[in-house]
Design a protein around this ligand. Structure first.
Ligand code: NAD
Length: 335
């Protein structure tokens, strides 16, 4: 693979999830010559409906399998130039009620992939991480943001398992010179996000006239980015990311949960009386904010989707895709 030339083949894990399917679709459209091998264990959050007819393309092959399954990933890794590990257990609340699954997939699964990738001597391994590894900032520290040199200080079992995976990935670079890159992105929104996460949950509840459950005082701040902008950032890292490097990916779009809730209710012409304040999540990080100058300056990436437009389109997408909702909720209930 030469700089800025798409790789011949990519293994994308977690491809049937929210971000994995957006990344797969974008790569399949932009790099039609690249062979895509998609791996997903079709957990409650992974749905073939997210991939639509992508799996019918001659360059795309879907494999149902687990990233912890050494035999499975060793076989697949022999056949690819690049691996992007998107697969993970991702819902913070689930990590509080059942942390073991998070350690299994996010830590052991990442290590299994890294080892298979190193043995197969692939060209590049990209670990999709999160800004949650840095932990929380106080609301009062306005203007202070985490950069890639900030210490990791995760709060939830989810964030801790992602931080562990990051450290494992970096250890493969430091120990063997195995070419890894890490992306740490802020909160994503957009079409096909499983409706347990804040934005789709609130949209769907509001559409049905049901209360929207706001944690605590609703003042927790997240830095929101459209999933298409995350996908384009990962593609820049595939093409030009430097080995051993961490890239923060953010859209400079800090929003308190309360503001998001109000916007969603307004877009759906629903009254603010639907807001229902509920007991706060234990260990709830107050504020996330990242500085993403490195990927902008070194790799020339920029987010393109404005929050106002992206949120409006997302609301429209959920309005117009009730068949998707039925398919994924029935699918998840059957597991
Ligand atoms: P998601 O839950 O929608 O998708 C995860 C996918 O991984 C699902 O398709 C699931 O079936 C699959 N998966 C889970 N365990 C697996 C296993 N053991 N083997 C194979 N496949 C498995 O999550 P998402 O929001 O698309 O997040 C994807 C990645 O992006 C995660 O690594 C997450 O940490 C990271 N991330 C997410 C956000 C966000 O806001 N959603 C922000 C930053 C980083």
């Amino acid at each position: 693979m030469t700089a800025d030339r798409p790789p011949e083949s990519i293994l994308i894990t977690g491809a049937a999830g929210f971000i994995g399917s957006a990344l797969t679709r974008r790569i399949a459209d932009a790099w039609p010559q690249t062979r895509l091998l998609l791996l997903d264990n079709l957990s409650y959050a992974g749905h073939l409906a997210n991939l639509g007819d992508l799996t019918q393309r001659p360059t795309v092959r879907f494999v149902e399998g687990d990233i912890v399954d050494e035999a499975c990933v060793t076989g697949l890794m022999r056949d690819v130039a690049v691996c992007v590990n998107v697969a993970a257990q991702t819902h913070v609340d689930r990590s509080i009620s059942g942390p073991q699954a998070f350690t299994r997939t996010n830590v052991l699964g990442t290590q299994t992939l890294l080892e298979a990738a190193r043995q197969a001597k692939i060209d590049k391994f990209i670990q999709i991480s999160t800004d949650e590894v840095y932990g929380s900032l106080p609301l009062e520290a306005e203007g202070v943001r985490f950069d890639e040199a900030s210490p990791i200080d995760p709060s939830s079992p989810y964030a801790a398992s992602k931080a562990a995976a990051d450290l494992l990935a970096l250890s493969y670079w430091k120990t063997w010179g195995f070419p890894v890159c890490i992306t740490r992105c802020s909160n994503n929104y957009g079409p096909r996000q499983f409706p347990e996460k804040l934005i789709p949950l609130f949209i769907l509840n509001a559409m049905a006239g049901r209360p929207v459950p706001v944690y605590g005082d609703g003042l927790n701040v997240r830095d929101w980015i459209h999933v298409e902008d995350h996908a384009s950032a990962v593609m820049r890292v595939i093409l030009a990311g430097q080995s051993g490097r961490v890239y923060n990916v953010g859209a400079d779009n800090e929003q308190p949960n309360l503001a998001i809730t109000r916007r969603i209710l307004a877009l759906l012409n629903q009254p603010e009386s639907l807001m229902m304040f509920v007991a706060d999540r234990p260990g709830h990080d107050r504020r996330y904010a990242i500085e993403s100058g490195r990927i902008r300056e070194e790799l020339g990436w920029r987010p393109r989707v404005s929050f106002e437009e992206g949120l409006r389109q997302t609301v429209d997408w959920y309005r117009e895709n009730s068949a998707w909702l039925q398919a994924v909720t029935a699918d998840a209930a059957a597991r």
